[in-house]
Design a protein around this ligand. Structure first.
Ligand code: WTA
Length: 648
């Protein structure tokens, strides 16, 4: 098969911040002398106390320490708001597009300043100060950005929990970071349906024995009826009446935590990824500018939810640090019609659009007509994130959405990396559909084999990163050892990403997906261990093993092998019951797509489940099961194949 290569179009190069030669020159400078490179680019944000040290980082397995700009002081909210007031106070900072197409708002930088100061004062009045942890459980409304920035303004640490997570998941995150205050809304609104956010918060707090939560601040979104607990709960609009719109930004150390974000790993419960202030903001802002080829005046739209890292770095912090106009969308791509994305693009004259392959694949199913009904002529750059984009979806994005006029940036990164690490730059990089292409400035990808041997040239292996970049996570909240174990113990002196990849003859990277027990469902990370522990908590289940399998729209689907207790019957009713159970326990994104009841699971004689075999059967690819001679009971496999649920 000859690979298709899409050349950089003249228009992209002419407008581009960098061309290929400039990219190579800057990349070379960034890796040969990171101190000088980042010392220079570190100045793209305002510092209240300028830094004199640039980089102090070590990946030594039992002594991982990552510090950037460590003696500098700054404030993220100041950088995202105050410093723009003089030059662009009346420019729109946030365009909000509601779930209902008739609902929208434009918020200028000046207005943003007032809102964020009010929010900060409301929080301050309730004891929030530098270092306090605040949980946000909110829909995609401007208040989510206000609350994030209000925390940053005070030096408080926010931990956002995606609104699709269950009360249990919310409870474990409240407990994990001992939050004193929770910010939520009465109800969320997505695709015309209401989400009972406040009721979920009540449930979550009830489940915690000695709840740390002293205050719940509630934004009125739908006006729906909720229970307010006297002394603990307050409506934001009422609390805001008591405060002014003046609140100074607190200067904090560069390494002061900005946020915690819980994410799934291959073992145990989600871990609290900690990002800090200075390096994170420099990296988010710089990648936002270069990767999307952002120019002054552009309207930029990232369709992620602020509950995920993409929303943190590329709806709020990166774009606002650059003084951009960022669009925030409350709804879903298919409501009220499956042309909604493109209608919003036309309505707000969006220039840069950033979404996930799963959304593209689901819209492809609706054909070209809903797209072609719209003009989309404002569009210039189209981005993709969250999972590998298959070449068919890439071509559809390029041809149907972008009319072969827009460049595509397939951006590879992770919650842990804080910002984009591997990506094309519109003016510089020839594109290959399906490849995230080349590393961003300062990023040194390394390919290793299973034994940790570094591979050269064209190869396939595990993707690691050598040396630190400013946006890197600093620790797992409250558990530095877990941080070291998870990312730095597998391969010496390297950060291990958990992803497999291929590097081609041009040095381009092709991410092949996770090599650990993490699955990627519609661009959302899910640990198989989390789904398993939810399933075995059901009274009829004795054992469960969960793997991913290829899914046309979601990228990967969740396949669960379930062994029931003696005397229980596995039927469709129980399947439904188990799906509902997991939805309720973790959230809808964790719902198993296929459940296979099996009398036993394939185990080694020492009792270890052989996941390799389960994955193959789930993929309907059982012709090549490999060596099964070490199995305790080889007959189990016959039964699994016989009763497999995915007949692709
Ligand atoms: C996957 C999302 C291929 C990858 C920003 C990674 C991708 C995980 C891409 C992180 C891409 C993300 N191509 N795979 N462009 N982007 N991934 O933490 O497996 O939610 O490890 O961060 O998503 O997911 P997370």
């Amino acid at each position: 098969m000859t690979e298709r290569v899409v050349d950089v179009q003249d228009a992209w190069r002419e407008r581009g911040l960098v061309d290929d030669a400039k990219y190579r020159e800057m990349y070379e400078a960034s890796v040969s002398d990171p101190e000088t490179f980042w010392g220079e680019h570190g100045k793209r944000i305002d510092w209240m106390t300028p830094f004199t040290k640039v980089k102090d980082t070590s990946f030594a397995p039992d002594n991982v320490s990552i510090k950037w700009f460590e003696d500098g002081k700054t404030n993220v909210a100041h950088n995202c708001i105050d410093r723009h007031l003089e030059t662009r106070g009346d420019q729109v900072a946030i365009i909000w597009e509601g779930d209902d197409p008739n609902d929208d708002k434009h918020i200028t930088y000046k207005e943003l300043h007032g809102e964020v100061c009010r929010w900060a004062n409301v929080l301050k009045n309730r004891g929030v100060e530098k270092g306090s942890r605040v949980i946000l459980y909110l829909p995609m409304i401007p208040e989510a950005a206000y609350a994030m920035l209000a925390c940053a303004r005070l030096g408080a640490i926010h931990a956002i929990v995606f609104g699709g997570f269950s009360p249990d998941s919310l409870a474990s995150r409240i407990k994990g970071c001992e939050a004193k205050l929770v910010i939520t809304a009465d109800e969320g609104l997505r695709g015309g349906r209401k989400v009972p956010l406040k009721a979920n918060v009540d449930e979550a707090i009830k489940r915690l024995d000695d709840a740390s939560v002293d205050h719940v601040v509630v934004v009125r979104r739908t006006g729906g009826n909720v229970t307010m607990e006297a002394g603990r709960d307050v409506y934001y609009d009422e609390a805001a009446k008591e405060v002014t719109d003046d609140c100074p930004a607190v200067p904090v150390e560069a390494e002061h935590p900005l946020f915690i974000l819980y994410t799934s790993g291959s073992t145990g419960q989600p871990k609290g990824v900690v990002h800090t202030t200075g390096g994170y903001l420099v990296y988010a802002a710089m990648t936002h500018e270069y990767v999307f080829d952002y120019h002054e005046g552009d309207v930029y739209w990232c369709t992620a939810d602020v509950g995920w890292v993409t929303g943190h770095s590329y709806i709020v912090y990166g774009p606002l640090a650059n003084g951009a106009t960022t669009l925030m969308f409350e709804g879903i791509p298919t409501y009220p019609t499956n042309g909604r994305f493109w209608e919003v693009v036309d309505k707000h004259k969006v220039n840069i659009f950033y979404t996930a392959p799963t959304a593209i694949r689901s819209l492809m199913g609706g054909g070209e007509a809903p797209v072609k009904k719209t003009s989309r002529k404002s569009l210039r750059v189209l981005g993709s994130v969250g999972e590998p984009i298959n070449p068919e979806a890439w071509e559809w994005y390029y041809k149907v959405v972008g009319d072969e006029r827009c460049s595509i940036v397939d951006t590879w990164w992770q919650t842990e990396t804080g910002g984009i690490l591997i990506t094309p730059l519109p003016g510089a990089t020839k594109l290959k559909p399906g490849s995230a292409t080349r590393p961003f400035f300062g990023v040194q990808p390394v390919m290793v084999d299973a034994e940790g041997k570094e591979l050269d040239g064209k190869c396939e292996g595990n993707l690691c990163i050598k040396d630190s970049w400013p946006g890197q996570m600093r620790t797992v909240y409250g558990d530095h050892e877990r941080f070291e174990q998870t990312y730095f113990a597998t391969y010496k002196n390297l950060y291990f990403t958990g992803d497999g990849a291929r590097r081609d003859e041009d040095g381009y990277y092709w991410i092949t997906g996770r090599v650990d027990d993490v699955i990627n469902v519609s661009g959302h990370r899910m640990g198989t261990a989390e789904v398993e522990s939810s399933l075995v908590a059901h009274k009829k289940v004795s054992e469960a093993a969960v793997v991913g399998y290829p899914h046309n729209v979601k990228g990967q689907g969740i396949y669960a092998y379930v062994t029931l207790n003696e005397g229980e019957e596995g039927d469709d009713a129980l399947r439904k019951e188990l799906v509902a159970w997991v939805r309720k326990d973790i959230g809808p994104i964790a719902s198993p797509d296929l459940i296979q009841f099996s009398p036993g699971l394939p185990k080694t004689r020492s009792g270890k489940i052989m996941r390799r075999i389960l994955r193959k059967i789930a993929e309907d690819d059982f012709g090549s099961l490999g060596d099964t001679s070490t199995l305790a009971e080889p007959a189990v496999v016959e039964d699994l194949i016989e009763n497999r649920q995915n007949r692709a």
